[in-house]
Design a protein around this ligand. Structure first.
Ligand code: ATP
Length: 373
């Protein structure tokens, strides 16, 4: 059902109640997840959150304690690894050192007894743009080139799903950026489902259509990079994807489309649709690049959320932006990223007002009820 560049009829990858326990420790906790066919999906989370264990269950290297794995309509939970239409690309490439690049790529086909491998091997080498290196041995390639060969070697098996376990982890930053773009191009070209495991939020956001943020064996939130960034639903997600200012407060009331929140004795507002509660404790979040600084309250546009009495603690000029850390009278610190447009840079010690457009904020459950102390 696959053509050479792998346009498959495999269907979605579906994990149902997938759980893995090691003794009394639960590494993967009741995961329900659908990865649409043909998507570039990232499992993102800190070390130890269960990403690799999830991947190993999908590939069949690890047996689930409970739960099922479906590919399309088919339950593959009990199938041996080599009986699953799934291949994995690992961080350490795992190329055969004694075989040249051509034979490394041809390996999967030869093992299945295929004689005429030239056309598919050449196609795969073209896909990863390394046809000119076919006669070299793996140790004569750079890390990035070895990773591309590992990819070609996996794709030639025409899997329905390609699993990538921190595949770029061994590369330096610049090469990693190049390979992120390259992997995205290849995924678009072959149209296969890619499930990519990483702890690097920028990498996940660069490549994936959909990201599942994992924490302690569970999925905290799933969505497009923009959805997760604009509307994080938990403090974990708000802090894991980019930076957030998180201001604890209390919802005083909701009128029409506006929720009113008191925080630090000041009155702030938030779109009601983005406020998870109608009363009581809440956390008001706002990204540093949405916050601006003014030298006085008179400069602040009407209708803004503003926190007066700030003092600049730190100023970092980083080319495209200037990043400020501003200390509020409450002791709390607010991060502000201001695009560099030639405006005067404020030095530590400057007295400022921080403000933002209320539509740029988001609300999270939690926080402290400052009325109740
Ligand atoms: P990393 O990015 O460091 O690989 P991860 O998110 O992929 O982390 P896993 O490798 O899936 O995490 O591990 C999840 C948890 O399960 C970890 O706390 C790990 O110590 C534990 N674990 C994994 N394999 C075993 C095992 N065979 N026996 C006991 N505990 C294990």
């Amino acid at each position: 059902s696959n053509d050479v560049l792998g346009r498959t009829e495999g269907g979605d990858l579906r994990l149902v109640g997938l759980t893995k326990r090691y003794g009394s420790f639960t590494a993967v906790d009741d995961l329900d997840l659908t990865v649409p066919q043909g998507s570039f999906f990232a499992l993102l989370g800190a070390s130890g959150c269960g990403k690799t264990t999830t991947l190993r269950m999908v590939s069949g290297l690890e047996e689930p304690t409970i739960g099922q794995i479906f590919l399309g309509d088919e339950d593959v939970t009990d199938r041996k690894p080599y009986r699953r239409p799934v291949n994995t690309v690992f961080q350490n490439y795992a190329l055969f050192p004694h075989l040249d690049i051509y034979e490394n790529v041809a390996f999967g086909l030869r093992r299945r007894g295929r004689k005429d491998v030239r056309k598919p091997v050449e196609e795969m080498l073209d896909l990863v743009e390394l046809g000119h290196l076919a006669k070299r041995k793996p140790n004569q390639l750079s890390g990035g080139q070895q990773q591309r060969i590992a990819l070609a070697r996996a794709l030639i098996n025409q899997p329905q799903v390609l699993l990538l376990d921190e595949p770029l982890g061994a590369l330096d930053l610049k090469l990693r950026r190049q390979m992120q773009i390259e992997l995205k191009r290849i995924q678009l070209e072959v149209g296969l489902t890619f499930v990519h495991v990483t702890h690097d939020q920028e990498e996940a956001m660069t490549m994936a259509d959909t990201i599942a943020v994992m924490n302690a064996g569970r999925i905290e939130q799933m969505g497009s990079p923009a959805e997760l960034y604009e509307n994080p639903r938990t403090t974990f997600v708000a802090n894991f994807l980019g930076q957030s200012n998180l201001i604890p407060g209390t919802v005083e009331g909701v009128t029409g489309e506006t929720a009113t929140i008191s925080a630090h004795g000041q009155r702030l507002t938030l779109d009601a649709a983005r406020c998870p509660v109608t009363s009581g404790p809440v956390i008001l979040g706002v990204r540093p690049e949405k916050v601006q600084i003014a030298l006085s309250a008179e400069e602040v546009p009407a209708g803004s959320n503003q926190l007066a009495g700030g003092v600049v603690l730190d100023t970092s000029f980083i080319g495209v932006s200037t990043q400020y850390l501003v200390k509020l009278p409450s002791g709390e610190e607010i991060s502000v990223f201001e695009q560099n447009t030639g405006r005067e840079i404020q030095r530590p010690g400057a007295e400022v007002v921080v403000f933002w457009d209320p539509s740029q904020g988001f609300g999270l459950e939690g926080g402290q009820d400052i009325e109740a102390g």
